[in-house]
Design a protein. Sequence first.
Length: 91
Amino acid sequence: MPIELPRDERAQAVASIERYFNEELDQRIGNIGAGALLNFFLEEIGPLVYNQTVAEVQERLQQRLLELDIELHEDAFQYWRKRQAGGKGKR
């Protein structure tokens, strides 16, 4: 599944790459070069980030599911225990 950015976010990413080359590397890359570099990173490295994020989300969901069991667990057959603890007996 290719990673695609919305048009406005892609434009911001290209501008950021151009700025990085200009300010950090003292080089001009231009709009087309920055767009090509962005495409390369999205295709080559994007899946690594995506897969890692999916794995982390799966782990967090699994932990949350385990917590739900603790939070929502109700013991059965509690009527008589509650009745004894409350001091309510036969009248």
